[in-house]
Write a protein that binds this ligand. Structure first.
Ligand code: NAD
Length: 301
């Protein structure tokens, strides 16, 4: 059979992760990124992916596809069944890149944007036909992709994502920052206050997550976890006990604290020493090994 081809526009952390995910699932990948360091960036992500992704399966992955770096966006997108844009998060830049993609991509290609914040209506305000396909870092291991936009394109994208071992979640209505990052934002906001007010260090907060509810969340999420707490009487019983407490002023600090130099210094001072002298490459490996173990244990794949 003819090799299947995807185009990756923007080859940073996220574009590199997409490239690795497709390559290791047998797709040919054409990359367009004008930065001279792009091949090195992608090479590093690909090294990590080759080490980690096969380890989550008992079966062999397909033979790796071919990776090609292109001098023009037009060359990269020609003949692609999926074009994934992962350029920096600036709307003007996204608009110009999507105009170029729309002009050159095959008519029935899925055109996805990795944008964490922009809605399809913002991306397409100049007439492009992209959907949001928002992944999570490292893209070569985490299954979730939030899909937002036209139903037909989202359905075609969902089929292809399942073929490459990912979990498409269709967002029913567009909203700033989609679903998962809005949840994360609530945790960030509370963490900034706790560090700023000296209640907890960055390490205390990380342990509070990973030794407790983080473990629960990885396997059942929020609602099913607490449904168990409701016992045989069910979620209504849990809500009757816990619901009123949600209205108590546990956390009155719903604004974000001032983002000033003092807060930045406080957080980076604590966070940068937290992992000792371990280089980032080694931290990535520790993260990937843990994720592989969890994915295997939960039989997500
Ligand atoms: P990044 O800065 O690591 O990579 C962006 C790449 O785009 C760079 O290599 C740059 O050279 C390239 N680029 C710039 N202009 C270009 C152009 N005109 N054509 C082609 N390539 C171009 O950024 P990133 O963290 O990979 O983020 C990319 C997108 O992914 C953003 O929209 C971001 O919101 C989204 N995203 C990021 C994360 C994350 O955790 N970093 C997670 C999910 C989604």
């Amino acid at each position: 059979p003819k090799p299947r081809k995807v185009a990756i526009i923007g080859g940073g952390v996220i574009g590199g992760g997409w490239a690795a995910r497709f390559l290791l699932n047998g797709f040919d990948v054409a990359v367009y990124d004008p930065a001279p360091q792009a091949p090195r960036q992608i090479g590093e992500v690909l090294d990590n992916a080759r080490r980690a992704l096969p380890a989550i399966y008992d079966r062999a992955l397909p033979e790796e596809g071919l990776l090609r770096f292109c001098d023009t966006l037009e060359d990269a997108v020609s003949g692609a069944e999926w074009v994934q844009e992962s350029v920096p998060e600036r709307l003007e830049l996204k608009h110009s890149v999507h105009a170029a993609i729309a002009a050159a991509a095959p008519e029935n290609a899925v055109i996805g944007s990795s944008t964490s914040g922009f809605k399809p209506s913002e991306l397409n305000s100049r007439g492009a036909g992209a959907i949001v396909a928002h992944p999570f870092n490292p893209v070569y291991l985490l299954p979730l992709v939030e899909l937002v936009g036209a139903a037909g394109a989202c359905a075609r994208a969902a089929d292809i994502l399942q073929e490459i071992g990912m979990y498409p979640l269709i967002v029913r209505k567009e909203i700033d920052a989609h679903i998962a990052d809005r949840l994360l934002e609530a945790i960030w906001r509370e963490s900034l206050w706790l560090v700023k007010d000296g209640i907890a260090s960055t390490k205390d907060i990380d342990e509070a997550i990973r030794m407790g509810f983080g473990l629960r969340f990885a396997q059942m999420g929020l609602f099913e976890t607490y449904r168990i707490a409701g016992g045989e009487a069910g979620m209504k019983h849990f809500l009757a006990q816990f619901g009123p407490a949600l209205a108590w002023p546990w956390t009155k600090l719903t604004d974000v604290p001032d983002y000033d130099d003092a807060l930045v210094d406080l957080i980076s001072g604590q966070s940068d020493v937290q992992s000792g002298d371990l280089p980032i490459r080694q931290l990535e490996r520790r993260r990937d090994d843990n994720l592989v173990a969890i994915l295997r244990a939960l039989r997500v794949n």
